[in-house]
Design a protein. Structure first.
Length: 671
């Protein structure tokens, strides 16, 4: 294939502007970037042309439903790099691209000024300028057209004094007016329209609380109900959570039902795993009879909304052997040579109570449609947030299609990917449409590990498509740090999750009560896991972390700096057991510095080495550090300041930094 220009009628060799290296874009524009409503998209590009003519460029953008493009002028950064910013104002998809052109008026203006400064003859240049202004007038309308026509005549009037015409040619207001009507007939438009998904603020910021409804209000024997969950809503609201996440609430199969501690043989009274979905009572569009009815669920959603809490529902695209799908659609499952259906495996682990869907089935279209209809059903019941179980074990094309279809109709939907898997797989799911993602935070423990990982997530191109949701524990994961660190480790890891991440979550009751007994030494599964039994939680225990959780969530709500990951910055300390990091608003009106003791066994002390430029503080400034956890206030000066944290008391400090300001009345105060 020839790479030479094709001199067809569609080709115009007079288009001289080159546009390259447009950012942000993911994989050459294959996938959309992500923003929340109100956030900015900063677009940059290399824009240049041959020769010495000036160029100009704009970012063109529009909501996908709009017919007219809007534009914002790009600013030259130097070395042919240009930049402009626009904001997404409503939910849904936006498109954006870059257009550039040779700007003959700006070229004339630049060269004219140089000639005047050099005291050269400019009579002909004034006539050239008049022609350019006259052409701009033809593109203008109304009063502005008349103003430009008048200016063109003044520049071209031969019998007027040249000096007077030069002064009129240099009029900044009329120059600015002419620049509003450039000749873009030979403009170059970037070859691709790029896409940004504008999502709700909850996609960026929120505190999630997970509980098993069957244990809600239970004594360990009685099966909890959705009404019991409703009764817990005021307590969850008082702790400051925004999202209540429920594991699957559907009927649970009996065939190969797992017993306590994942035993292969269940006792008569064992409730089974909620992820073994489906029984005679129904499947993914049904509610476990012991939990209640669909009316109870709708009532729960409404009650939660009245307390500003959203309900998140688990989507697990898998079936128990008793699921109606197995009987009605056997073609959706993979058969083994002996004729039995292949159950889920992660050798050496076996999950005989779960049949995965076969996404290579010849009936894949019908399977895709039904799987999407499951989510559509729950959207109709008022659910707009889904936590998706193991999405990396389902076909990538399915997720791109399914989430795209759902969000096109309901752009407020949020999908949390529970994919503890390889980085490229995890990132690909985010590119395909998942709003938030579980990640490797549970296994990042040292200061260097945390700094490196959060920098990757927030300071590289990953931030354009991957939003981390930081969870220090889940029903499947009891990290070693919590097993051996006791209550201090639970406090420290909670503060890390809630302040490093704008979005975080906890597997609630177990975290509140610092449950840390593993099923076996060296493993990360809970002993007596709630996945396989009904638990009786004494949530009023005096050693509960509830007061700390409530205080930290209140701090998050009161400080907008903690509601975004965009301006996370790490600061050095002289003690590796202390990690220090800040978040701030763009205007630096709200600055939060968090210092955490990573050693759960010993008090640690040291000096910070703050990046004062990042914080907007001068080297000689005295500033106030107000610890929002304890209420203590300190006056600090310079980058180095002393911190001591005792894990038996509070292993962290969350400082609101306030800079000294001199008022008009000539007294100092901190803001």
């Amino acid at each position: 294939m020839s790479l030479l220009p094709n001199l067809s009628r569609d080709f115009d060799g007079r288009r001289r502007t080159i546009i390259e290296n447009v950012t942000p874009q993911i994989d050459g524009g294959r996938y959309p970037i992500k923003r929340c409503v109100g956030e900015a998209v900063v677009v940059a590009a290399d824009v240049f042309a041959d020769g010495h003519d000036a160029v100009a460029a704009v970012v063109c953008f529009k909501a996908e439903s709009e017919t007219e493009w809007r534009e914002v002028e790009m600013t030259a950064l130097g070395n042919d790099r240009w930049r402009a910013t626009f904001r997404v104002e409503r939910l849904g998809r936006y498109r954006y691209t870059v257009e550039g052109w040779v700007d003959h008026f700006r070229s004339w203006q630049r060269d004219f000024d140089k000639k005047v400064a050099a005291e050269q003859e400019v009579e002909i240049d004034l006539l050239v300028g008049a022609e350019l202004v006259r052409a701009a007038a033809e593109r203008a309308r109304g009063a502005e057209r008349s103003m430009l026509e008048s200016w063109a005549k003044e520049l071209a009037t031969a019998d007027a004094e040249v000096a007077a015409r030069v002064e009129k040619a240099k009029d900044p207001l009329r120059r600015a007016l002419a620049q509003r009507y450039p000749d873009r007939s030979l403009a170059t438009r970037f070859e691709r329209e790029l896409v940004v998904w504008a999502e709700p603020v909850r996609a960026r910021y929120g505190a999630w609380y997970e509980l098993f409804p069957r244990s809600a209000g239970s004594d360990g024997k009685r099966h909890g109900t959705l009404r019991d969950v409703e009764a817990q809503l005021p307590r969850i609201a008082e702790m400051g959570f925004d999202v209540l996440y429920l594991p699957p609430i559907h009927p649970i199969g009996y065939a190969f039902r797992k017993g306590r501690n994942n035993a292969t043989e269940a006792r008569v009274d064992d409730p089974g795993s909620p992820w073994g979905i489906g029984a005679e009572e129904g499947g993914h569009k049904s509610i476990h009879p012991q939990l209640g009815t669909l009316a109870d669920f709708k009532r729960l959603v409404a009650a939660a909304a009245s307390l500003q809490i959203e309900i998140a529902l688990d989507i697990a695209l898998q079936c128990s052997p008793d699921h109606p799908y197995v009987r009605e659609h056997p073609e959706w499952f993979k058969r083994r040579p002996d004729g039995t259906i292949q159950y889920a495996e992660n050798p050496p682990k076996k999950y005989q109570d779960i049949y995965p869907f076969d996404f290579e089935t010849p009936a894949w279209r019908e399977l895709w449609a039904e799987a999407k209809s499951v989510m559509e059903f729950w959207v109709e019941q008022g659910v707009t947030i889904f936590r998706v179980d193991n999405p990396h074990t389902k076909a990538f094309p399915f997720w791109e299609w399914c989430i795209g279809e759902l969000k096109t109709r309901r752009p407020e939907l949020i999908f949390l990917s529970e994919a503890f898997t390889r980085p490229k797989v995890k990132y690909n799911l985010a590119k395909l449409g998942f709003t938030q993602s579980y990640n490797y935070f549970p296994w990042r423990n040292t200061s260097d590990e945390l700094r490196a990982y959060l920098t990757e997530l927030t300071r590289t191109d990953v931030r354009e498509f991957f939003r981390p949701s930081l969870w220090p524990n889940t029903p499947d994961i009891l990290p070693q740090a919590l097993q051996f660190g006791g209550r201090p480790a639970f406090m420290a890891r909670f503060v890390l999750a809630a302040t490093l991440g704008a979005s975080y979550g906890i597997y609630g009751p177990a975290y509140e009560l610092c449950v840390n007994a593993p099923f076996k030494t060296g493993g990360e599964e809970y002993l007596d896991s709630e996945k396989y039994e009904i638990k009786a939680w004494d949530l009023n225990r005096p050693d509960s972390l509830q007061p700390l959780i409530a205080r930290v969530n209140a701090i998050r709500r009161e400080n907008p700096a903690l509601q975004s990951n965009e301006l996370l910055a790490f600061h050095a300390t002289d003690n590796p057991q202390l990690i220090a990091y800040s978040k701030r608003t763009a205007d630096r009106e709200n600055i939060i510095l968090t210092v955490v003791n990573l050693d759960p066994h010993h008090a640690q002390e040291g000096r910070t080495r703050l990046d004062l430029g990042e914080l907007g503080i001068e080297k000689t400034d005295t500033f106030q550090a107000h610890d929002l956890l304890t209420g203590s206030r300190y006056l600090w000066r310079g980058a180095e300041n002393f911190v001591r944290l005792d894990p038996q008391h509070v292993p962290a400090a969350i400082f609101r930094l306030r800079r000294r300001v001199r008022s008009e009345q000539d007294f100092d105060y901190f803001m």
